[in-house]
Write a protein that binds this ligand. Structure first.
Ligand code: SF4
Ligand code: SF4
Length: 603
């Protein structure tokens, strides 16, 4: 049956059609839609499969892995930087193997559209010694989920699927097999201490040898089932293009358009590769060019003086694929001559560049404003974290961003390295529960002195408002109680769109900091303006406009507050775009030195 599916929907449906029993994930672009769609398809088909949003990727991975060693078919979903968090568990699980089946879906983000790094999960699979599939389209993602599940079961290994953003978020008419609802596994955990509880050195050494044997068998499986059947179509002359994932489409388009005499061989499973078999194929060609995104994962597994790729610097070393980049590589490798005719239009140059910004009416904006107003820039360091509030960068309210939870550990570090400055860390509720508790315990235990502001909107807002533990179970999981359980008082403020009050609250933290010998911690109870059910009723009721007579075009509101509706009109006066304005009223206080923001009826 044919269905229009987004890549992440195709993955979710592939999981359903593979009879997956358990799925566990942590949201992160571009992977976030997989788990939500899995729940949707499961409910639609009245299936009993288990699905959960985990507190972080490592927890999610371990929940799914326990299912897989109990004989279940399971899946853990995450984005590529989440894989870093789960990697400790992955590296060990790769030695031990499993009994049921487990697919690890790690979605990559070449081009850094929504990530702090561009890393290539295929290289991580190589590092962890597990097979990896690299789909080029949603259809392939659907097919590879099912194939990956089977491979995982047959070889008792975790299998990775790594779709890139252009696969996860692309839409395609896909062929799906609706009849294929595999019945969930019945099995359960069977005690086998030498396997599941293997300890170093002897136990893990033995498993390491098994892992090497498994990889050799997987290389041959890759050759027999995926590569060899495609070799019959190769002409075997001049140039061979080895492709993987989305690069394949760009290469095919360029080769066809330019009528270049070249063969294309797509490697669906870029690791582990049957090196000798592939290198034997190279004898029929003058040049072998490897098109892969983002790291030289394939290239590192092969050797030949005829190879051209990222290691030889004939292909781009950063950023996602485009047809331009394929053409560039064909020029650099001497396959074609450089001509202006083959430069595709650069649409990006025609568009105005705008940095991402927080939504109109977002409480984070007020908190960042208040922090920079109270803790002056010259005497402060602002550490922050991963989430919507990261966009406080626009307000010059953030100095550092590293990774999940680092706002707190780095505040610890700065409190030692720069004791004359006040460090103010900001972190969201989901990030705090993901990776913030351990650094807070460290800071309290080591008596580090800084201010920590936890911005609690009780949702994972940036990735689509997935539920957080507090929202699901407010009676048991409360950030204030967690902080106090760690041993320090937790100041609390319920956000209101009154900047003066928010500034006063931050001033109270400044006072507390003066005599503090440990972190000063506060939780600010906010909301997400997109979370319609939880937005207070005053949002949408306080219309504001600028009194043109009072506006002196000083730019203070734009520079320090950055609410998206603010712009200069043709007369050179500030104006509020009513179409963008959330009518929250926050800007009525403090931000304008001349008091030009007024309620609409007062103007
Ligand atoms: S802060 Fe006030 S005076 Fe300055 S540009 Fe904005 S509205 Fe005009
Ligand atoms: S009322 Fe002011 S702060 Fe609120 S969305 Fe409109 S411009 Fe922004």
């Amino acid at each position: 049956m044919k269905q229009i599916l987004m890549g992440n929907e195709a993955i979710a449906l592939g999981l359903i059609h593979s009879g997956v029993d358990m799925v566990s994930g942590y949201p992160g672009t571009p992977s976030s839609e997989i788990l939500g769609n899995f729940q949707k398809f499961r409910d639609k088909n009245s299936l009993e499969a288990y699905a959960q949003w985990s507190t972080n990727e490592k927890v999610g991975f371990e929940v799914a892995y326990a299912g897989a060693i109990s004989g279940k078919r399971t899946c853990a979903t995450m984005k590529q930087v989440g894989l870093n968090v789960a990697s400790d568990a992955l590296m060990s699980a790769s030695y031990i193997g499993l009994k049921g089946a487990m697919l690890l879906v790690s979605c990559d983000d070449p081009g850094f559209y929504s990530s702090q790094t561009e890393q290539d999960s295929r290289s991580f699979a190589k590092f962890a010694k597990i097979p990896v599939f690299d789909p080029a389209t949603p259809q392939e993602a659907y097919d590879m989920v099912k194939l990956g599940m089977k491979l995982s079961h047959d070889f008792e290994t975790i299998v990775m699927l790594r779709p890139v953003m252009r696969v996860s978020h692309a839409r395609e008419i896909c062929d799906v097999d609706e009849s294929l609802h595999v019945k969930a596994n019945e099995g359960g955990f069977e005690r086998n201490i030498p396997r599941w509880g293997a300890v170093p050195p002897a136990g893990r050494f033995r498993q390491g040898l098994e892992q090497i044997e498994r990889l050799e068998a997987l290389k041959m499986w890759n050759w027999d089932h995926l590569i060899k059947p495609k070799t019959h179509a190769l002409k075997g002359e001049n140039i061979l293009c080895l492709t993987s994932g989305t690069g394949d489409g760009y290469v095919k388009e360029a080769i066809e358009e330019l009528e270049i005499n070249a063969d294309i061989l797509k490697l669906d499973m870029p690791y582990p590769l049957p090196k000798e078999k592939l290198e034997a194929l190279f004898e029929n060609y003058n040049k072998i060019i490897i098109f892969e995104e983002s790291y030289p994962c394939i290239e590192e597994q092969l050797s030949s003086p005829k190879l051209y790729g990222k290691l030889t610097k004939h292909l781009h070393l950063i950023d996602e694929f485009s047809k331009d980049k394929v053409l560039d590589a064909l020029v650099k490798t001497g396959v074609m001559k450089a001509t202006s005719a083959y430069k595709s239009e650069k649409y990006t140059e025609e568009l105005p560049k705008r940095p991402p910004n927080m939504c109109p009416g977002c409480p984070h904006r007020d908190v960042h404003f208040a922090i920079t107003k109270v803790f002056k820039k010259k005497k402060s360091i602002y550490t922050s974290d991963i989430g919507c509030y990261t966009l406080g960068l626009n307000q010059a309210a953030i100095d550092t961003i590293l990774c999940m939870g680092a706002s707190i550990s780095m505040a610890s570090g700065f409190s030692i390295s720069d004791p004359d400055k006040t460090v103010i860390a900001t972190i969201g509720d989901s990030t705090f529960l993901h990776s913030g508790v351990a650094p807070l315990i460290n800071a309290i235990y080591q008596n580090h002195r800084f201010v920590l502001v936890i911005l609690d909107n009780s949702t994972t807002a940036m990735t689509g408002r997935q539920t957080t533990p507090e929202r699901s179970n407010p009676a048991q999981i409360d950030i204030k109680r967690i902080v106090e359980g760690c041993g320090v008082h937790c100041h609390e403020y319920v956000y209101e769109p009154h900047l003066e009050r928010t500034v006063d609250f931050i001033k109270s933290l400044q006072e507390a900091y003066k005599n503090a010998t440990a972190p000063v911690v506060a939780v600010i109870r906010e909301f997400c303006v997109l979370d319609k059910e939880n937005v207070p009723s005053y949002v949408g009721s306080i219309a504001v406009e600028i009194d043109a007579d009072k506006c002196v075009a000083c730019d203070a509101c734009l520079t320090n507050y950055k609410c998206p509706p603010l712009h200069y009109n043709e007369a050179g006066k500030m104006e509020i775009d009513p179409f963008l304005c959330a009518e929250c009223g926050s800007c009525l206080e403090v931000i304008c030195p001349t008091g030009a923001f007024v309620k609409k009826e007062e103007a």
